[in-house]
Design a protein around this ligand. Structure first.
Ligand code: ADP
Ligand code: MG
Ligand code: MG
Length: 252
């Protein structure tokens, strides 16, 4: 079992404090959702976990099995089992999607465990079929000319190929039609298991109709203000953020 711990995390952008002490513990085997109004710091949290240099951690810790993530380079975070959808450059000219994924998978594996071309292609075929992706998408240059929906689907393909311990998925549902949303959910649900944990960041409850989270956190004004089970997301759907903000006396 692995654990990702976020302790009293404070993050600033251009000297403005955005995260004001986030606490959260995610274990493999669990899927957590983070919900919250726009501008509340959800993407800032994911950027800090990913190591985006524009986000300054001023206080607190991020620990992966007790190791200090904040001291790791971005690629080291990936090798240690964190999957951060945004870590990948949006387009890499001259590198096909398949080549990129094989390189990324093998970078994580020890010499005796590297996938040869045949093993890789077999796995790729399986996962692409599950995600209803046309075969030619593997041979296209990474993200070049991918539509919004194709990019998201491709992120889930990368997730399934890389098999990280933890995946942080920031608004993987935004801009998706219902069929694409179901495909994304199918991929994440397929990953569910003792060796996988995920933090699903979303503004809307809709995605959680297809991926039932074990834990739901509500973020407002740079903090996790409420934690509950899947029913909390349903309550949010009914009451909106206003109900919770009023009850807790928090402005957002
Ligand atoms: P969310 O993902 O919850 O919508 P964000 O983490 O994107 O929220 O943003 C939190 C706050 O930080 C917002 O007030 C936003 O305007 C501000 N912010 C985000 N990115 C930047 C940036 N690059 N420069 C300045 N302010 C930013
Ligand atoms: Mg936003
Ligand atoms: Mg965001």
């Amino acid at each position: 079992m692995s654990t990702l711990e976020i302790k009293n995390l404070h993050v600033s952008i251009e000297d403005k404090e955005i995260l004001k002490g986030v606490n959260l513990t995610l274990k493999t085997g669990e899927i957590h959702a983070i919900m919250g109004p726009n501008g509340t710091g959800k993407s800032t949290l994911s950027a800090a976990i990913m190591g985006n240099p524009n986000y300054e951690v001023t206080q607190g810790e991020i620990l992966l099995d007790g190791e200090n993530v904040l001291e790791m380079e971005v690629d080291e975070r990936a090798r240690k089992g964190l999957f951060l959808a945004m870590q990948y450059p949006s387009e890499i000219p001259g590198v096909t999607n398949a080549e990129f994924m094989r390189a990324a998978i093998n970078a994580k594996r020890p010499e005796e465990d590297k996938l040869n071309v045949m093993q890789f292609l077999k796995k790729l075929d399986q996962k692409m079929a599950l995600l209803n992706m046309p075969e030619e998408m593997a041979e296209r240059y990474l993200n070049e000319g991918f539509s919004g929906g194709e990019k998201k689907r491709n992120e889930i393909l990368q997730l399934m190929m890389l098999e990280p311990s933890f995946a942080i998925l920031d608004e993987i549902d935004s801009g998706l039609d219902i069929d694409a949303l179901k495909v994304v959910a199918k991929g994440v649900n397929e990953m569910r298991g003792d060796n996988f944990g995920s933090l699903i960041i979303t503004h809307y409850q809709r995605l959680l109709n297809y991926i039932t989270p074990d834990v739901v956190h509500i973020m407002m004004d740079g903090r996790v203000v409420l934690t509950g089970d899947a029913d909390l997301a349903k309550r949010l759907e009914a009451e909106g953020y206003a109900g919770i903000s009023e009850e807790l006396g928090i402005e957002y």
